[in-house]
Design a protein around this ligand. Structure first.
Ligand code: G4F
Length: 371
């Protein structure tokens, strides 16, 4: 049972509930509370760790019965409290916000593997797109905000995980906050919906709601289906003699790859500003998948040309050819910049997978992305 600190003032639709700001003024000794959706994913775990070091009480939304990731999460992030809820279920989100009474909500949950969004386009729209609406509605309803009643000071602040996939067939390079969107997958389309909806709730209701447009961000905790981790695991398996080949899709795609641990600090900075503003977050350096192969195989003293096979099964119906961030606004106004270089990141991932597989571990020992 979660501890209750504040009187619950939440009802769905037509509520006259008092805003959290009103409730908080009489309580001086509160540490800040964050509620994270997608807590079992790569970004969720890094953000939870980071916010804990900042003195937050961290709550994670988890879905389903007997979710195997919950046990893993409890083992690795013991101080994170879990609440049940699902982005497909409006009532459960209202209950979660009502119970946790967060200061900040980070919506990181999504179906985030782009190829899956063609196979399950409707589900992607429901989770990655409409899920944003449900979280915003939960905050709005629990805060008693309506068209005629704005949030007060101390309102719940909302972060939406927007994506560089929204730029898709890019109109300019590098991409800034002003670059128009042209998404190339059902995933990208769903993210555009979530992005504009976040902006719309900010403009319609005066909510502190922002989006971070994050470019690709990776780590040893990345799901094995994404190309960086697929390659780092592939290198480790080949080096250790478990496999001889690695099958991949389009090697000429370019991405701006950074370290996920650096990027979660940007999310937190965005919610700490005086004004709600969206930011592009990336390194400004772009590499091809072929460059990635070159670096990753070199870490293990291997030549990728001896092992990599291109396979049409991994070619997408529509590709995003090249992404590159212009994160100068984040650098200037948030004071944010990435610390880890591409070479360090890939080196770290390959070393981590060599160690993991040598000690009998599995790729799934970290969680991968989740909603
Ligand atoms: O690693 P990826 O699957 O990432 P993608 O599609 O760029 O999306 C990731 O980053 C976005 C931006 O932050 C997120 F919004 C999104 O949720 C996700 O985290 O693929 C990267 C590139 C693509 O161009 C793909 O075609 O690698 C190319 N690629 C080539 N062979 C492959 C493969 N990708 C995968 N996953 N598997 C391959 O075998």
């Amino acid at each position: 049972m979660l501890p209750r600190r504040r009187p619950v003032a939440c009802a769905y639709l037509g509520s006259q509930a008092r805003a959290p700001a009103d409730r908080r003024t009489s309580e001086a000794d509160l540490s800040r509370r964050a509620l994270i959706t997608g807590i079992t994913g790569q970004d969720g775990t890094y953000l939870a760790e980071y916010l804990t070091t900042q003195g937050y009480e961290v709550y994670g939304l988890v879905r389903g019965q007997q979710n195997p990731r919950v046990r893993q999460l409890r083992q690795s992030l013991g101080n994170v409290r879990l609440v049940r809820g699902d982005l497909l279920d409006q009532g459960s989100l209202i209950s979660a916000v009502e119970r946790v009474q967060p200061d900040e909500v980070y919506n990181l949950a999504a179906i985030s593997y782009v190829p899956m969004s063609w196979q399950q386009a409707e589900l992607t729209g429901e989770v990655t797109g409409l899920g944003v609406l449900r979280v915003l509605e939960a905050i709005r309803v629990c805060s008693g905000i309506s068209a005629s009643r704005s949030p007060g000071r101390g309102q719940i602040r909302f972060y939406q995980a927007s994506s560089s996939e929204m730029f898709g067939m890019v109109r300019e390079s590098p991409q800034t906050e002003q670059t128009p969107f042209h998404p190339r997958s059902p995933y990208g389309v769903a993210k555009v919906y979530g992005h504009f909806l976040t902006q719309n709730y900010r403009e319609s209701y005066g909510m502190f709601a922002v989006s971070g447009i994050l470019f690709n961000h990776e780590s040893p905790r990345r799901g094995a289906e994404f190309v960086t981790r697929k390659i780092s695991l592939g290198v480790a398996k080949i080096k250790l003699g478990y496999e001889r080949q690695l099958r991949l899709g389009n090697l000429s795609a370019h991405r701006d790859w950074g370290f996920a641990g650096d990027y979660v600090t940007a999310m937190h900075l965005m919610l700490g500003q005086d004004e709600p503003v969206d930011y592009v977050i990336g390194t400004g350096v772009t590499h091809s998948v072929e460059d990635l192969l070159e670096h990753a195989f070199k870490v293990a003293d291997l030549d990728w040309r001896d092992h990599v096979v291109t396979d049409a099964a991994f070619i997408r119906p529509a590709e995003v050819d090249k992404l590159c961030a212009d994160a100068s606004a984040a650098r200037e106004r948030l004071g944010w910049e990435p610390k880890m270089t591409f070479e360090e990141l890939i080196g770290m991932m390959v070393e981590a997978d060599l160690e993991l597989l040598s000690s009998g571990g599995h790729a799934e020992d970290w969680f991968g992305d989740a909603w």
